[in-house]
Design a protein around this ligand. Sequence first.
Ligand code: ADP
Ligand code: MG
Length: 266
Amino acid sequence: MSGNERHTLEIRGLEAAVEGKQILFGVDLTVSSGEVHAVMGPNGAGKSTLSAVLLGRPGYHVLAGSVTLDGEDLLALPTWKRAAAGVHLIMQYPTEVPGVKLDDVLAEALVSRGRSANGLENLLRAEAARIGLDTELLHRALNVDLSGGEKKRNETLQLAVLEPKFAILDELDSGLDIDALRDCARRVEAASNAGLGVLAITHYSRLFEELRPDTVHILVRGRVVASGSPELADELERDGYAKYLGSEPEAPAAGKRTGLDDLFAR
Ligand code: ADP
Ligand code: MG
């Protein structure tokens, strides 16, 4: 995308449940173009649930709140339209898709976004070199038999080619070695400097050695319990999450729920 377009991804009062159990209890986050927001939290805090709800993964139910992209209701859209609208997810565990080649996927994705797939091969080769992905993998089935590091390089390459407005990274740092982490984080940092808005969800601050957050949010038991400057990530690395655990009330009374808004049943 061009660096002078400004976009806003706004999450307001988001409550969500999975398997009938409420996991998110009112999350508020606003990310604008070019900003990197870190969402850090202990295991089970709801980090992956947040990413799943933002992209409309089946089985995750929105109970209350809103998510808008430039004022448009994102939650009303099916997953593919959310992606085409410019919200790109890199999953914690990228899915293997046998029989579907990476270059074919990207050609289709570009066309469905109203862009041309001409010159894709050259772009793929340039991005593969930049991110350290073996060019042979460009013409193989998506993520099949790839190492953890290759999968994340592959996913980051897709992000670079598709140039979404916003990227949601769910533990980009999980399952890959230091070199792959540095290459992927560096590529996302470069994209953010060119205007990409980033929601970087992670457990550890090591991701932020290359990808510099503007703001750090701490998610505990489905709530943002603190937001602050990047130093907050260093503090967490030093002291852990203990200070933030038990600092907020237990789940609200059942009466607070606003009814199941099952957007995935459509
Ligand atoms: P995090 O990514 O922060 O570690 P998750 O969002 O994966 O946390 O999980 C938050 C809580 O939701 C956990 O208690 C987890 O067991 C539960 N949970 C997540 N996904 C599912 C699911 N598909 N089915 C049942 N429970 C789930
Ligand atoms: Mg997770």
